[in-house]
Design a protein around this ligand. Sequence first.
Ligand code: GDP
Length: 454
Amino acid sequence: MRSVADTSVPKEANMIAKIEENVSMVRQGKATVLVGSQWGDEGKGRITDMLAENADVVARFSGGPNAGHTVIVGDEKYELHLIPSGILHPEKQNIIGNGTVVYPPAIVKELEGLKNRGIQTHNLFLSENAHVIMPYHLQLDRLEEERKGDDSIGTTKKGIGPTYTDKVARRGIRIGDMLDLAFFTEKVDENLAYANAYIQHNFPEEPLLTTNDIVEEYKPLIEVLRPHVADTSLMLDQARKEGKVILFEGAQGTLLDLDHGTYPFVTSSNPTAGAVCTGCGFGPAHIDEVIGIIKAYTTRVGHGPFPTELEDETGEQLRQKGHEFGVTTQRARRCGWFDIPIMKFAIRVNGLTQLALTKLDVLTGFETIKVCTHYEVNGERIEHLPTNGKLLKDAVPVYKDVPGWTEDLTDVRTFDDLPKAARDYVLMLEEIAEIPISIVSVGPKRVQAVLRTP
Ligand code: GDP
């Protein structure tokens, strides 16, 4: 076997060709779901971008502009918040499903940013049933977080929680409602009266918004969005019947799921695989593969329990080496070692069929790598992730030490060229996961991946 040092690095163009050829090695069904397996920021954007190569349609099914995806193509870096990463491929349909929430100023800014860089956007379709984030939702989000002080959830303050609250309370405004200005104005009037009464009662110092301000702000944005509005469930069904390859791109991560995550420190929607069905109007029996994106260590943004968190020099080393600062908020991410009970949990609740392990390159240089194998809670051994917040808070991680490696991985393109310790790390996780790790990502660029035949 060649050592990593003498691995010859093909030119960028050859590397792209090789990766594009090899992407077909990843077992992709007609409908594949990609989900984050930890607390988000696993590198879903870059994996979606890579697999979008083979897809005809890329769809988002939950969340809002709180998600931040970074995709690097060649020397260009794209930061996408709501628009699917498939937008970088002009021939593909990109769908924002009904399960998402859309902030018109942000999506229009994102669209214009892409257009200014020569990216075509005619291929973006927005569900008429997605809910609209209104300016008073942002206001409510900020006020509630400020009121909670030290007990705040650590939301991105983008109005997502209050928008989903209005959806569940059956008073929300949907994209389709905006298309008729008189109807939209009526709905804003009704909802604003409700929001303002709440704000006035709880935050008497806070200035109140007016219907006119909101309608005037949104009017030009509605015209930008109008040509993109569609019945996206119908589009997905047509695509499926035509035998097209569909990729569902998750946002956030499993542990931020409203039902299955570390409640209440979660997002207000379901980033887990089941939400594809409700969030896109796509039947479960049509889903073939569910790929979990999992980082080679663990990170989390915001508050809430995090058993393997390292609040020391090692945690700082992971943060600096992994550039663990949020795309959307620039917040420093909390960092810690890999957590096996979390991986097993993600496999279970999402029904994962494969894993994509990202950021393995960041572990280069650690003499010893620790992996949490199980927890001890009140002296008792627990193999699974406790979903009771109190139990998880008290869970003490038990670690296994594995040898690290010193070689740079970023130019490695085949599994055999990885240093033995890195290969052993992947194989150890794969054996425990009992599903294949079919992608190992060794850098942020599209080409920086090792693809393995499942
Ligand atoms: P997402 O929200 O899951 O798409 O995650 P982000 O894109 O916010 O975070 C991933 C960050 O890590 C981005 O800055 C990516 O460019 C970067 N990234 C993704 N995969 C890798 C990898 O394998 N190695 C390194 N070093 N960086 C990566």
